[in-house]
Design a protein around this ligand. Structure first.
Ligand code: ZN
Length: 167
């Protein structure tokens, strides 16, 4: 299965059949990443595996791999970050389900029978992206600029002395 954006799935049915679906999605198709990414080209890979656990909870194992380009929050130049998100989601229908959920699961609320693959992947991706993407200090031109400003701002003892002598 590949990138059909309107792809909607029935997790319970897929879990009964213990199915796995894999595919890729265009990074630019995620509306909620608008304004977050510097470069919206490229695609991400996802895989979703459906099953039930011993408590008959419907489980979705979700992995996402992507290389996304953000804007460094220090120098405002592009920074490419590899995202690998792997999560174990459990389908919950109401508060009782939610309360009974084992700790290792992330709740996935299911209002309708079907969910959209794209929305699910986007939700997970949003949890994985860095809040404040930054280059490492050595790679960041903002750091060098900052260092220079700091160095220039240091008082220079001889210059101070010179102004004192003039008085
Ligand atoms: Zn930077």
């Amino acid at each position: 299965m590949t990138s059909d954006l309107s792809q909607s799935i029935n997790p319970l049915r897929l879990a009964k059949a213990r199915k796995q679906i894999k595919g890729s999605l265009q990074v630019g198709s995620f509306g909620r990443l608008e304004g977050v990414l510097l470069d919206k080209s490229g695609e991400l890979q996802y895989s979703l595996s459906f099953d039930f656990d011993e408590a008959r909870t419907c489980i979705v194992e979700c992995t996402i791999d992507a290389r996304l380009t953000f804007e460094c929050q220090r120098c405002f130049k592009p920074i490419a970050i590899d995202i690998h998100k792997s999560s174990l989601l459990a389908i919950v229908k109401d508060k009782d389900d939610f309360d009974a959920l084992a700790q290792e699961y992330e709740p996935l609320e299911l209002d309708e029978e079907h969910i959209s693959v794209e929305e699910l992947v986007e939700d997970e991706l949003l949890l994985a992206i860095p809040l404040s993407p930054l280059h490492s200090e050595d790679d960041c031109s903002g750091k060098q600029v900052l260092d220079k400003v700091n160095a220039d701002a240091k008082p220079q003892p001889f210059a101070v002395l010179a102004t004192l002598k003039k008085k």
